[in-house]
Design a protein around this ligand. Sequence first.
Ligand code: NAI
Ligand code: MG
Length: 331
Amino acid sequence: MYKICLLPGDGIGPEVIASTKDVLTALSIEWDFVECGIGFGEYQRSGSPLPDATIHEIRHADAALFGAVTTPPNIPNYFSPVVRMRQALDLYANLRPTRSIPHSSSRPGIDLLIVRENTEGLYSGIERMEDNGSRAITERVITRTGSERIIRKAFDLAWQTGRRTVHVVHKANVLRQTCGLFRSVALEISKEYPDLTMNEMLVDTCAMELVRAPEQFEVIVTTNLFGDILSDEACMFVGGLGVAASGNIGMDAAVFEPVHGSAPTLVGTGKANPVATFLAAAMMLDYLNEIESAERLRCAVNDCIANGESTPDLGGSFTTSQVTERVIGCL
Ligand code: NAI
Ligand code: MG
């Protein structure tokens, strides 16, 4: 029995999480689901977009599944619950698998995992204004410990998933200190994995190579901002936001989520594609070491996509709940 914390959030979040709960329930695994508040709706109810009780539940669950939240404009003291959650739980590894789907909009032959550092780099939150607001400074923090754990995570995942090469992506020719440290840690750690090949690539070259020949990559590991951009770039080759999933992994907590936001215009229309959240659930199953169920779920999703049983974003005419029923049928 796994305890799973469900974080529906705002907009289409509750719709895709409800569908995913039904899909997980259809697997022959026992679940204990607890639902917790997050986002703008939660702020309106309780005064906080991320109550302490939610953090507590995520920490004490085996894993969490998060829908999406809406960012309200201009509310003083409002904070991003997504960023806060990653910090509070030290979810240092952001995993973004990018796999071809059986659909005409997807390029074939891609099976790439982007491993993004999720807590430091240019998103460390150290910013200031100087000279009466005429100079803005953001500090980019890269630590040895932070680099070691994310690079080790990437090599471990490469090894566990039978991949051979890890691309370490940086800009050490210009950012000599920060990217220099990241790169030298990578060179050290790669020696612990003699069966894997480490390739280095500058981030601008990588952005170009991803467009030219995405199938050349197996695992990319990189710092926070670079990973943010490259992973969004990569998901457009394989079906886009309706099918893109991610995981945020820490030492004692893990949160899985679709990449998309709360898509307010889709609420209640039945047009929200639940597949991104199904694939996030498949990543969660991998994390729980329920490898066979994860594969079954991915196969069921691919069968439905291949049959054209999909929402309008993939050219189909199925609703959110019809796709959910079909995936459960395939399972
Ligand atoms: P969005 O991801 O919600 O929507 C972008 C486009 O993709 C829209 O055209 C939307 O209709 C479509 N789309 C998104 N999810 C879809 C799905 N499951 N099926 C079919 N089509 C889908 O991003 P947007 O519009 O920039 O932001 C909307 C709200 O979401 C904002 O308040 C934003 O701050 C928030 N947001 C939250 C995120 C999160 O919770 N992790 C991530 C990104 C945005
Ligand atoms: Mg992003």
